[in-house]
Write a protein that binds this ligand. Structure first.
Ligand code: NDP
Length: 293
């Protein structure tokens, strides 16, 4: 049996339980945290992700709503709905499930979300704040990875961190967060020559590619902490990560499983960001004092 597992599912459950008190406090102040998730189209994986997000909000006592549009919807309709939600004081977080259909300008949609409601942390203002080392909303997946490292007592300072993948939603923000914690960071991607040369140097390896089991046991350093962000569906319907768990678990000091690793943490951090958004609003506009008779 593998004993060196970084159990994201258990940590996410702990966090979600701890959120309930913050949600109750905010609800009593008239600021029940509210999240709206917008889904365009019928992509099966996206439908599952959206359902999980909405269910997690409800379980924590938050307000949550799913808005679904057909795949051929006019982007102007989605923009108009975002504008409406930006002005809705019951809603603290707005999330547009990515990827969007091809006829959408993804950047324009993300830019339309009010920065203070951008709980995914993808708005250019929030990306800039993160790059400057003063994050407002940290993108949920890398945020979840940092929480897992912190919980396991892993201090990135002085360590070699290698990230495979350079997407805006995982690889790049992951690099910024590890850099901010003092790691020496290398980002690999599809043009990287000799990927194994880099991955074998990693004290902390984060795989965020989307290719089933592409990181084998011979590509990691003995004693490394291996974080598998990838979610891939195998022909038999089962899920697996970008890391070959069976071979890497022999060599790694700590390793995240798929499922049950980074995925549940991503959802927990989405809740954290939405609660944080509601707390910020509550601080800016405290509930009116009751008159004393
Ligand atoms: P993207 O497709 O946006 O990015 C993939 C990255 O992998 C790109 O930077 C690409 O390089 C790089 N890449 C592709 N092939 C190789 C290769 N052979 N060697 C090295 N690098 C390569 O994916 P995302 O970042 O959105 O997601 C990555 C994975 O994480 C997916 O499986 C996704 O489902 C999963 N995911 C999981 C989440 C969770 O909660 N657990 C949340 C978000 C994503 P290049 O830029 O050069 O094309």
């Amino acid at each position: 049996m593998t004993t060196n597992i970084l159990d994201g599912k258990a940590l996410a459950e702990q966090l979600r339980t701890s959120f309930k008190e913050r949600v109750s406090t905010l609800t009593a102040l008239g600021q029940r945290p509210g999240l709206v998730v917008i889904l365009v189209g019928e992509d099966a994986a996206s439908q599952v992700y959206v359902r999980n997000k909405v269910n997690a909000c409800e379980a924590a006592g938050m307000l949550s709503e799913k808005v679904v549009y057909p795949v051929d919807v006019d982007p102007a309709v989605v923009l108009a709905r975002i504008a409406q939600l930006n002005a809705d004081c019951r809603i603290h977080g707005i999330l547009v499930q990515l990827p969007l259909p091809r006829h959408f300008d993804e950047a324009a949609i993300l830019a339309a979300i009010a920065a203070e409601k951008d709980v995914d942390g993808f708005h250019a203002e929030n990306v800039g704040a993160l790059a400057q080392g003063q994050p407002r909303f940290i993108p949920c997946t890398p945020y979840g990875v940092m929480k897992m490292l912190e919980h396991a007592g892993i201090d990135p300072s002085g360590k070699e961190a290698v990230i495979v993948g350079r997407s805006n939603i995982v690889g790049k923000p992951m690099a910024l967060l590890l850099l901010a914690k003092g790691a020496t960071v290398t980002i690999c991607h599809s043009k990287t020559r000799d990927l194994g040369f880099h991955t074998r140097r990693a004290d902390i390896l984060v795989a965020a590619v989307g290719k089933a089991r592409m990181i084998g046991g011979d590509m990691i350093k003995p004693g490394a902490v291996v974080i598998d962000v990838g979610i891939n569906r195998l022909p038999d319907g089962k899920l697996c990560g970008d890391v070959d768990f069976a071979s890497c678990a022999q060599t790694a000091a700590l390793i995240t499983p798929v499922p049950g690793g980074v995925g549940p943490m991503t959802i927990a951090m989405l809740l954290a960001n939405t609660i944080e958004a509601a707390e910020r609003l509550a601080q800016r506009s405290p509930a009116p004092r009751r008159k004393v008779a």
